[in-house]
Design a protein around this ligand. Structure first.
Ligand SMILES: Cc1cc2nc3c(=O)[nH]c(=O)nc-3n(C[C@H](O)[C@H](O)[C@H](O)COP(=O)(O)O)c2cc1C
Ligand SMILES: [Fe+2]
Ligand SMILES: [Fe+2]
Length: 409
């Protein structure tokens, strides 16, 4: 294995995968790399591993760099098995190593790699760890790529290990961006759009956290290690994740008996307006039908809310839903929500109408397939009056719709 040095006693220990790699229902035709790093300090530390398919090979290669029993820490920035996949093989031989990760990662790693008896060190945003000659600082970066993700920063060498963030999907045999045979910008941007852009709100949070760090090298977990024009790559993420499409409108058309569905409707309006979406709230029972249709026509996204009474939707909403087919809704996003008591049929019947409308209907399955996020649901169903945790779900749903509009996704 090549000995590739990233900083003082910091070695690349990854795997170049030049297959057509199947990933997230895509084929990565340029392949990819899984970059793992060894920090050979007094308390030797591994940062991330490789894809599950190459776990054994990874561990065998690592033996050329270090006696595995000396390893004190294995930092897992992100649990997805293209990076944590070597953990099972590594932990079995690096018997003295403590696994370092965020709280959300512990359960996933224990389950995936049968590590229930293993010692874990749970770290939080801003925590530091002395690894004997170097100091690691951990920065939580939820949803970049999944909920449990964090970045590790080596203070002495000023190297950032951001896992999926700032990656490229290329099987690069030249390890560093300044050695690349061609400009890597297109690959860098394509990767961003595929993996990071659906979570762009979190990209902005991450960039704020990086502001005060002096970063000389970015050593991500796929593709090129960035050591030339480093700030320009951070600036690209900053620019691409800012709102690009403005002047988007939403309408929330609802029917409510005791005000519970109305509360959800108002909260949706509130969060969407915070995201700079103009939002019109329409109570179907107090509004002329033609006016309701006008609001729908003007909007880029329309959310329809109803509670349930005797297993059906309530008020005048069905009169509106019946006619959706006759309006041209091709370019609109629509979704259903509502409060219910025990079964909530009204919300489901609303969803059935939306499926017939010709518009793009929000649904949980597509959200999971498109983003991997499991905490945004459509139809959005809330039992009785919305409680605090319900309001959080409502907030996330509203932000999700706003993001779709602002990014033309
Ligand atoms: C007369 C009546 C019938 C109801 N029938 C149902 C029902 O069939 N299924 C259900 O899930 N909830 C049912 N509920 C519960 C309501 O949907 C629930 O209280 C909801 O929070 C009301 O929201 P709203 O204030 O937006 O109308 C019923 C409530 C009332 C008052
Ligand atoms: Fe990932
Ligand atoms: Fe990845």
């Amino acid at each position: 294995m090549d000995k590739v040095l990233i900083g003082e006693n910091i070695y690349w220990a990854g795997k170049i995968d030049d297959r057509d790699v199947p990933f997230h229902r895509l084929t990565l035709t340029k392949g990819t790399t899984y970059n793992s790093y060894l920090l050979k300090t007094l308390k030797p530390t591994i940062i991330d591993t490789v894809d599950m398919a190459f776990g054994k090979e990874f561990v065998d290669n690592l033996k050329n760099l270090i006696d595995l029993k000396e390893i004190q820490y294995i930092v897992i920035n992100h649990t997805e098995p293209d990076h944590s996949g070597g953990l099972g093989s590594l932990a079995a031989q690096a018997k003295n190593a403590v696994i370092v990760c965020t709280e959300h990662a512990v359960e996933e790693l224990k389950e995936m790699y049968k590590l229930h008896k293993r010692e874990f060190l749970v770290v939080k945003d801003g925590d530091t760890l002395d690894i004997g000659g170097k100091t690691l600082r951990f920065i939580e970066t939820p949803y970049l790529h999944t909920r449990e993700t964090m970045i590790t920063y080596c203070e002495e060498d000023k190297v950032l290990f951001p896992c999926d963030i700032f990656s490229t999907h290329v099987a690069n045999y030249e390890y560093f961006n300044d050695e690349a045979k061609e400009d890597i910008t297109e690959d860098f941007v394509t990767y961003y759009k595929l993996i990071m852009h659906p979570h762009r709100k979190y990209v902005q949070d991450m960039i704020l956290k990086l502001k005060d760090l002096d970063i000389k090298v970015i050593a991500p977990s796929h593709g090129y290690i960035l050591r030339k024009d480093v700030q320009s790559f951070i600036d690209m993420y900053d620019k691409m994740s800012k709102n690009t499409v403005l002047d988007k409108k939403a309408a929330i058309v609802y029917s409510s008996m005791t005000g519970n569905t109305k509360k959800i409707a108002s909260a949706l309006k509130g969060v969407m307006e915070e995201e700079s979406i103009t939002c019109e709230l329409v109570d179907v029972n107090k509004t002329e039908k033609q006016e309701v249709f006008n609001a729908i026509k003007k909007a880029d996204a329309v959310l329809f809310g109803t509670s349930t009474k005797y297993a059906d939707m309530i008020g005048g909403l069905e009169e509106v839903l019946k006619e959706l087919k006759t309006l041209n809704l091709d370019n609109k996003i629509v979704g259903a929500f509502g409060s219910y008591g025990w079964s909530g049929e009204g919300i489901e019947v609303t969803q059935d109408y939306l499926k017939e409308s010709g518009a793009r209907v929000l649904n949980t399955s597509d959200i999971i397939k498109g983003t991997g996020m499991t905490d945004v649901s459509f139809p959005l169903r809330i039992r009785f009056s919305p409680k605090e945790e319900d309001m959080e779900s409502v907030g996330r749903a509203g932000v999700y719709v706003a993001e779709l509009l602002l990014n033309d996704l």
